[in-house]
Design a protein around this ligand. Structure first.
Ligand SMILES: NC(=O)c1ccc[n+]([C@@H]2O[C@H](COP(=O)([O-])OP(=O)(O)OC[C@H]3O[C@@H](n4cnc5c(N)ncnc54)[C@H](OP(=O)(O)O)[C@@H]3O)[C@@H](O)[C@H]2O)c1
Length: 251
């Protein structure tokens, strides 16, 4: 697989109707990729493909529907001839405290963020194995590194994504590249729901630039902004005795 640039590469972005996914679509299109863009809001996707040009197509998709994921993957492969890269960015989020859990929202977050990723993997692995090449990138979050106050159930879904990406990397043949994307805070519709100050927040275009560069490297994890992500990585390697005392401070 040619990993050096995006020229004529077929890239399926799932979660492309807003935020980081939308900014990434704009970035990769400008670098010559041919895009298959998915999310539930077809009108947003169509507006985007109209702006980006005729080489790109939109495919309405709800990732909680396993059968639709499989059918969409086959349709994209048939239409473009192959799929070089699949970038899973779809996510649901709602700030919640564990003593006031909204169980319906909890189920939806796990269904979209984690089960949705399993649906996509199940849909694309047979195709990628047949192609013998390709790249799968799953979007986790630094919120999945360690349990933080006010971080559930989103944090648990992202911890699951990290674990899933690690297992994929361990299981898949070398021709299929696996990436884990771990953003810090990015200003999007998702973080607009937060009513606390988000340290070192960046915009979606900066996030897209980091992801576009990172997908072309041989590194497993693409994490940014580094000053913030390294702090959280440090928290993860500290002994529980110290780390749990620190996380309690943020209550
Ligand atoms: N923003 C941050 O600070 C931050 C930090 C760490 C990680 N992340 C991760 O970055 C990724 C992108 O998030 P964002 O910040 O750009 O948020 P966003 O603007 O809310 O984008 C979320 C995307 O997911 C799609 N989506 C939601 N439910 C879906 C479903 N059931 N099926 C298909 N698509 C669905 C949305 O489109 P539709 O509504 O049209 O379906 C939208 O395109 C997510 O994985 C998020 O967890 C974000």
């Amino acid at each position: 697989m040619k990993l050096k640039n995006y020229k004529d590469q077929v890239v399926w972005i799932i979660g492309a109707s807003s935020g980081i996914g939308r900014a990434l679509a704009v970035k990769l299109a400008s670098q010559g990729a041919r895009l298959a863009l998915s999310a539930r809001r077809k009108d947003e996707l169509d507006r985007l493909t109209t702006t980006l040009g005729q080489a790109h197509k939109s495919f309405a998709l709800d990732v909680t529907d396993a059968e639709l994921c499989a059918n969409t993957a086959s349709t994209i492969q048939a239409l473009f001839g192959r799929i070089d890269r699949i970038i899973f960015l779809a996510a649901a989020y709602m700030p919640m405290k564990l003593d006031a859990l909204d169980l319906a929202a909890t189920k939806q977050i796990i269904d979209v963020n984690l089960l949705g990723a399993f649906h996509i993997i199940s849909a694309i692995l047979p195709l990628l194995k047949e192609q013998v090449f390709g790249q799968i990138a799953l979007c986790g979050s630094v919120s999945g590194y360690t349990g933080l106050p006010g971080g559930q159930p989103y944090g648990a879904s992202k911890a699951g994504i990290i674990n899933l990406a690690e297992s994929l990397h361990a299981e898949l043949p070398r021709g299929i590249d696996v990436k884990l994307i771990s953003p810090g805070f990015v200003r999007t519709a998702l973080t607009d729901k937060n009513n606390f100050e988000m340290p070192m927040i960046i915009n979606a275009e900066q996030a897209a630039k980091n992801i576009a560069c990172g997908l072309l490297t041989s590194r497993f994890e693409i994490h940014f902004p580094k000053r913030f992500t390294f702090l959280l990585k440090l928290l993860r390697i500290l002994p529980y005795l110290i780390a749990l005392k620190i996380t309690q401070i943020f209550k």
